[in-house]
Design a binder for this molecule. Structure first.
Ligand code: C2E
Ligand code: CA
Ligand code: CA
Length: 427
């Protein structure tokens, strides 16, 4: 076994436990590298060292890795080759998943992109917290980027694996007590860095459990007849916020996630027209984001409602484009004016030529059909610049801002506008 920096100290030279007691210091991740090529192991340890990651353990095969996973303190990140002697990377994946490791996993291989993608998908399917899959040689830039999102990417998967789901009774009470809040994530024009609008995202702000993400309650709402209430409150509060911003001189758009089932159940076109008038918002400032799976279920009724909404100038976005099936057919049939490229393609586009080409073709397709393109999952300036070069219209992602409470939007923009305009012009 080849080990580097195995002493239990972190980058600041403190003993392991010291940083855990201080919430302000981000703990240095503990990393396990698995590769049968000792040169790769040494290089990875050296690169990680340059990034301040000193707790790196390297092993050359699966059995050693499994032994460590059983015996040693938990790892935060496992970087594994796919082609390994004795136990290959896919078998090892099963063993890691069975041990319910908390670690995020990053695959590296020279076996080609297709295989890496398959491994990534498989690992995700087995409930592992997959950070990504990179073609060798892994560079300092790759590692820097993945370490930066180490805390974030795993969190969503972890919650899903924990299986936290609200009970329908609790959720019903939360709706009554107005604990479901509107958070927003800004969307900027890719070319100028100007504020185009925001996406409204639901959060359950519980007095006892804190902020609960939508993954933990939207599904419950859908299965228990509560989703229409959530849609209605998200739409009406979004319209109220947008009207207030407009009166304060900030005319921007707001997009709301809307299950197709809610659209027809709520006679949405009338509700929207009425609320917009009352709140001083123009209907063209509102966009409803719908996914294809919803459209598929009841295509004729969907078409009816969506067409009536478009007649009233409400925007319609096809959400998570590329993730469902028969996207092209839906695009042709339904009166969309915006296409949202899913996070998963955008986040991977800098390392993965196939994701990049999916993003590029989606943008070209949308432009050809006269639709605005919005890319979500913009996690770095490099993502933004690449998208601007591809003529994507609007960017959204953690690089610009994570979702925050709707009331904070004017102050956020006043503070950040100069920075984004400067950055994108300089780039
Ligand atoms: P979505 O519609 O695809 O929304 C985008 C999700 O991607 C949001 O997660 C957002 O925080 C996340 N995201 C944005 N930029 C980045 C990035 O740069 N990196 C990464 N890793 N993630 C990014 P969120 O808020 O947790 O929402 C998850 C999903 O829950 C949404 O996916 C949407 O499908 C659903 N949802 C949220 N709010 C509502 C709602 O009011 N009604 C309904 N029906 N569904 C909602
Ligand atoms: Ca959305
Ligand atoms: Ca999405």
């Amino acid at each position: 076994m080849l080990a580097t920096g195995k002493t239990a100290t972190n980058a600041t030279g403190e003993p392991d436990g010291a940083s855990k007691n201080r919430t302000t210091v981000r703990p240095v991740p503990r990393v396990l590298v698995i590769d049968d090529d000792s040169f790769v192991c040494q290089t990875m340890a050296a690169l990680l060292g340059k990034l301040g990651v000193t707790q790196v353990v390297t092993v050359s095969d699966g059995p050693q890795a499994v032994h460590l996973l059983n015996e040693s303190a938990p790892f935060d990140l496992i970087i594994s080759d796919l082609a390994l002697p004795k136990v290959d990377g896919i078998q090892l994946m099963r063993m890691i998943a069975a041990r319910q490791q908390q670690a995020a996993v990053l695959y590296m291989s020279s076996a080609g992109r297709k295989l890496l993608d398959a491994a990534e998908t498989l690992a995700g399917g087995r409930g592992l917290r997959v950070l990504g899959a990179v073609e060798k040689p892994v560079t300092l830039e790759h590692l820097r980027r993945y370490l930066a999102i180490l805390d974030e990417v795993p969190r969503r998967a972890a919650r899903q694996r924990e299986g936290y789901e609200a009970s329908p009774a609790d959720l019903r009470k939360a709706i009554e007590n107005e604990e479901i809040k509107v958070y927003v994530q800004p969307q900027l024009l890719a070319r100028s860095g100007d504020l185009h609008g925001v996406e409204a995202l639901a959060r359950w702000v519980s007095p006892t459990r804190g902020v609960i993400p939508p993954d933990c309650f939207i599904g419950v709402a859908e299965r228990n007849g509560l989703i229409d209430q959530i849609t209605e409150l998200m739409v009406s509060r979004s319209i109220a916020a947008c009207g207030a911003w407009r009166r304060a001189g900030l005319k921007i758009r707001i997009s709301v996630n809307t299950p197709v089932s809610s659209l027809s159940a709520l006679s949405m076109p009338d509700i929207i027209s009425e609320a917009s008038q009352r709140r001083g918002m123009e209907t063209e400032q509102l966009t409803l984001e719908v996914t294809e799976s919803g459209l598929m279920r009841d295509a004729v009724r969907s078409l009816d409602v969506l067409t009536r909404l478009r007649l009233r100038n409400v925007g319609l976005a096809i959400d998570d484009f590329g993730c469902g099936y028969s996207s092209l057919q839906q695009l042709k049939r339904m009166p969309f004016d915006e296409l949202k490229i899913d996070c998963s393609f955008v986040m991977a586009m800098l390392d993965n030529a196939e994701s990049r080409s999916i993003v590029k073709s989606s943008i070209d397709l949308a432009r050809g059909l006269g639709l605005r393109t919005v890319a979500e999952g913009v996690e770095s300036l490099a993502h933004w610049q690449a998208l601007a070069q591809m003529h994507c219209d609007v960017v959204q992602g953690y690089y610009i801002a994570r979702p925050f409470p709707v009331e904070q939007l004017p102050a956020w923009w006043a503070q950040h506008a100069p920075q984004f305009r400067r950055e994108i012009k300089a780039g």
